[in-house]
Write a protein that binds this ligand. Structure first.
Ligand SMILES: [Ca+2]
Ligand SMILES: [Ca+2]
Length: 139
């Protein structure tokens, strides 16, 4: 475990050189959910099986065991919520894909976990409205 952490720290150090071009550090979990934090001035520590990323007022805590991938991105992921095609952003494409899903079509990439905004196990018009609200900044 210690070796893995050292490798991660080394990877982070080399990635830091590229950070100027990328605004956010994005983390992808094994369940497909993603989260972003501003990369400039970011401090990442590992403690009790958790990865804690701190940047000013922002704090992101993730289970290391759940963590699949971390990468720089130009856009901020909203905890994966609403990002049904998993491209790191919530936009009109996600609304359209969710509408298609609701009316019975099956989009090629569709993360139900990210679509079910109110976590009631169903994906319907309420969730479509929720994604629109995320785009409008209401969340
Ligand atoms: Ca998307
Ligand atoms: Ca729902």
């Amino acid at each position: 475990m210690k070796k893995i952490l050292i490798l991660l720290v080394m990877a982070m150090a080399s990635l830091q050189l590229m950070a100027d071009d990328y605004t956010y550090m994005t983390f992808k979990n094994s369940d497909g959910s993603i989260a972003s934090i501003t990369s400039m001035g970011l401090t990442i520590t590992f403690e009790d099986g958790k990865m804690i990323a701190v940047n000013g007022d922002e704090t992101l805590t993730l289970d290391i065991g759940e963590l699949n991938l971390m990468y720089f991105s130009a856009t901020k992921a909203v905890n994966g919520r609403g990002d049904v095609n998993n491209d790191g952003i919530v936009n009109i494409t996600d609304v359209m894909l969710t509408v298609n899903y609701v009316i019975g079509k099956t989009p090629s990439v569709f993360l139900q976990h990210n679509a079910d905004l109110n976590s009631d196990g169903n994906i319907n018009i309420t969730d479509v409205m929720g994604i629109i609200n995320i785009i409008l900044g209401a969340y």
